[in-house]
Design a protein around this ligand. Structure first.
Ligand code: MHF
Ligand code: KIV
Ligand code: MG
Length: 285
């Protein structure tokens, strides 16, 4: 059992802000855990930032299982959370349960689903069988086609009602937290006051119980980050500079330098051995 548990996350509401960041591979997860992040999250955003799609709809259970395994091997302290991908839980509660189990068996401590009120039965079932669940409302990227793109939510009475209904349904069904994505800050504040479980915002302002960002946005290695993401570094630029320098040094002969290769000290010794080796090859023909 890792140090940060769903119970601990629940207890942080109103006391200490919850930090969450995505990670999709072993070295990244190692760093996120070392930095003291509370929740290391294998998001289905990997379909976009790792696999190059322009939405998250093609992400498969197989991909989520493989990336979750790599991340779970690295994390010692943080809670490991895995996204349920599009179509892995909508068809039936049975299928949702089977797929959630696959992510848990890959090393996740909890799973996240998009929506709330529509999945109350699934959430209740998972929680009763011992799988902690995080919900997700506001902008739900798996509804990309119906939404016609990614935009802010919570502007109309109907949307505010829908977001509140989702959050309350998740609370009732036993979810341990809920993500509020791209929600007007006033609405996120209202939801945070209305439910007893922590709210974790992304593009939802400061009046929430925690924040989540996508790895590639935070570190500056993705060209089309959402407008609400803060870039804490420009790793893309650093990587580009390093690769450019490598390319130039190989072309010019500067790399490999003397410290990066090994050679015979005694050239006569080498000449004799090489001669023997060449002769033996000749015999075999
Ligand atoms: N790299 C990355 N970061 C994210 O935060 C993220 C993903 N990917 N993929 C899954 C979802 C999708 N999210 C997004 C993506 C784009 C916008 C965005 O750029 N909105 C624009 C308008 C875009 C449009 O017109 O389609 C805006 O200015 O509001 C918002 C949320 C958040 N999530
Ligand atoms: C944007 C976050 C909350 C997410 O669901 C993801 O990264 O997949
Ligand atoms: Mg997601």
């Amino acid at each position: 059992m890792r140090e940060v548990t769903p119970k601990r996350i629940r207890e942080m509401k109103g006391k200490e802000k919850i930090t969450m960041v995505t990670a999709y591979d072993y070295p990244s997860a190692l760093l996120a855990d070392k930095a003291g992040i509370d929740i290391v999250f294998v998001g289905d955003s990997l379909g976009m930032v790792v696999y190059g799609d322009n939405n998250t709809l093609n992400v498969t259970m197989e991909q989520m299982v493989f990336h979750t395994r790599a991340v779970a091997k690295a994390v010692k302290r943080a809670l490991v959370l895995a996204d349920m991908p599009f179509s892995s839980y909508e068809v039936s509660v049975e299928e949702g349960v089977k797929n959630a189990v696959k992510l848990i068996q890959a090393g996740a401590d909890a799973v996240k689903i998009e929506g709330g009120a529509d999945h109350e039965k699934l959430v209740r079932k998972l929680v009763r069988m011992g799988i902690p669940v995080m919900g997700h409302t506001g902008l739900t990227p798996q509804r990309y086609l119906r939404l016609g793109g990614y935009r802010i939510t919570g502007e109309t009475e109907e949307e505010i009602e829908e977001i509140l209904r989702d959050a309350k349904a998740l609370e009732r069904a036993g979810a341990f937290a809920v993500v509020l994505e791209f929600v007007l800050a006033d609405v996120a504040k209202l939801v945070t006051e209305e439910v007893s479980i922590p709210t974790i915002g992304i593009g939802a302002g400061p009046y929430v119980d925690g924040q989540v960002l996508v790895w590639h946005d935070l570190l500056g290695i993705y060209e089309s980050s959402p407008p609400f993401a803060k870039r804490y570094a420009e790793l893309g630029k650093i990587i580009l500079d390093a690769l450019g320098q490598y390319n130039r040094e190989v072309k010019s002969g500067e790399f490999p330098g003397r410290e990066h290769y090994w050679e015979f000290m005694d050239k006569e010794d080498f000449r004799r051995k090489a001669q023997k080796a060449l002769e033996r090859l000749g015999d075999g023909e």
